[in-house]
Design a protein around this ligand. Structure first.
Ligand SMILES: [Zn+2]
Length: 213
C-alpha cells in the first residue's frame, strides 16, 4: 500500500508515518532523510541537492522527484511505502502521481492529520532544542528535568528563531494555502484523522481507517 501523509507542522505527521510504515512493513520515506542520505553517499542527485541547500534555497521539485523515483524503484518499495514530507504542493502531488504511473502503481491512501491552529501554536511555540546534541524538548509535553538544561548532555536549551508566534502563524498560513488543493486532489482516497488527541489514539484512528493490524 502506498500512503501519503499530510499534516501541518506540529501535527505529528512524522511520528505517525513512522509507526504506520512499521505496521504495514513498508519503507518510511521522509524526503528530508532522502536528501541527507543522498548527500552523504555523494550521489549525483545528492550533490545537486546539496548545492541548493548550501545556498539556503529549496531543492527544486524535479531533483526531489528524481530522487523519489530512484528510491521507489528499489525492491523494498515493491509492496508500498509511506511518504512523509512529500507532496507539499499540488504540483508535487501531480508529479508523484506521474512517478507512480511509470511504476505501474498509484497512491492508495492520503492520510490528513488535522489539528486546530490554536493547538498547533501551543505545540510549536513551546519547543526547546539542545545546543550541543539537538535533543528536542517541549515546555508542556516533554519538559527537561531542569529548566533550560539538556537531560542527556547538560547542554544549554534554546528556542529557534522561527518558533515564535508570528512566524508559526505564517508557516501555518502557508501550509493551509498549499495543502487545500492537495486535499482536493486526493479527495477519493482521503482519510481525515483527528490529530488533537494523544499519539496512540491518533494511530488507532489511522489503523482503523486503513484496516491494517
Ligand atoms: Zn543535549
Amino acid at each position: 500500500m502506498f500512503v501519503v501523509f499530510l499534516g501541518a507542522p506540529g501535527a505529528g505527521k512524522g511520528t505517525q508515518a513512522a509507526v504506520i510504515a512499521k505496521k504495514l512493513d513498508v519503507p518510511h520515506i521522509a524526503t528530508g532523510d532522502l536528501f541527507r542520505q543522498a548527500v552523504q553517499k555523494g550521489t549525483k542527485l545528492g550533490l545537486l541537492a546539496k548545492s541548493y541547500m548550501e545556498k539556503g534555497a529549496l531543492v527544486p521539485d524535479e531533483v526531489t522527484i528524481q530522487m523519489l523515483s530512484e528510491r521507489l524503484s528499489q525492491p523494498d518499495c515493491k509492496e508500498g511505502c509511506v511518504f512523509d514530507g512529500f507532496p507539499r504542493t499540488l504540483d508535487q502531488a501531480k508529479a508523484l502521481d506521474g512517478v507512480m504511473a511509470t511504476l505501474k502503481s498509484k497512491i492508495d491512501k492520503a492520510i490528513d492529520i488535522e489539528v486546530p491552529d490554536a493547538e498547533l501554536l501551543k505545540r510549536l511555540g513551546g519547543r526547546w532544542i539542545c545546543r550541543k546534541c539537538q535533543t528536542p524538548y517541549h515546555q508542556v509535553f516533554s519538559p527537561p528535568k531542569v529548566k533550560g538544561v539538556c537531560d542527556k548532555c547538560g547542554g544549554e536549551l534554546y528556542q529557534r528563531a522561527d518558533d515564535n508566534e508570528e512566524t508559526i502563524k505564517n508557516r501555518l498560513k502557508v501550509y493551509h494555502s498549499q495543502t487545500t488543493p492537495i486535499l482536493n486532489f486526493y479527495k477519493d482516497k482521503l482519510v481525515t484523522i483527528d490529530g488533537a488527541v494523544e499519539i496512540a489514539k491518533v494511530t488507532e484512528q489511522i489503523v482503523k481507517a486503513m484496516r491494517v493490524k
